[in-house]
Write a protein that binds this ligand. Structure first.
Ligand code: G3D
Ligand code: MG
Length: 158
């Protein structure tokens, strides 16, 4: 079976872990917590073994764990739709990712769609799409578009 590593990337508390857990608990999964502060979940999607790396620490892209990205076939960029600055941050976060591992297929989760404080603007969504990213409005809490996000990423990297 094909094995593909994907990394969850985004600001603190946007929902990276919640999205990962919602997804892997809905499909067959195995979990490992490594000693380097990275949580690794595996899930079988469309005959591919998706290996999802999720940082356990506070800052997913501090220099010390940039090596976290090495070998990734795909990236899930995650922002919190109730904190618009986390959406804007995705652009500079992606630049950091690209410097480390080059261009790889990327999907975007604008998470916490269930909350009334949702405040993503159409211009923000447009600027994400202009980078070629497929944008999902997700709720890890309610299970909205979580499968769509990961299966799309899996298709892009197959
Ligand atoms: P991170 O891994 O990106 O740091 P987490 O983020 O997955 O730990 O989530 C941070 C907080 O946001 C958690 O709340 C979590 O429950 C909440 N959260 C994540 N996704 C959603 C969502 O889709 N909707 C809502 N309403 N909340 C969400 P706590 O209070 O545990 O810190
Ligand atoms: Mg986390």
């Amino acid at each position: 079976m094909d094995k593909k590593k994907v990394c969850m990337v985004g600001d603190f508390s946007v929902g990276k872990t919640s999205l990962t857990q919602k997804f892997v608990n809905n499909v067959f999964s195995e979990q490992y917590l490594t000693t380097i502060g990275v949580k690794i979940d595996t899930a079988i999607v469309d005959e591919t073994k998706l290996i999802v790396w999720d940082v356990a620490g506070r800052d997913s892209l501090s220099p010390i764990n940039l090596s976290y990205l090495v070998g990734a076939s795909g990236i899930a960029l995650v922002a919190d739709g109730t904190r618009p600055e986390t959406v804007d941050d995705l652009h500079s976060i992606w630049d950091t990712v690209e410097k480390r591992i080059g261009k790889v297929p990327t999907v975007v989760a604008l998470n916490k769609r269930d909350l009334p404080e949702w405040s993503v603007t159409p211009e923000q969504i447009q600027s994400l799409k202009e980078r070629g990213w497929i944008v999902f409005e997700t709720s890890a809490k309610e299970g909205v578009e979580v499968e769509g996000l990961f299966t799309q990423l899996c298709r892009l990297i197959q």
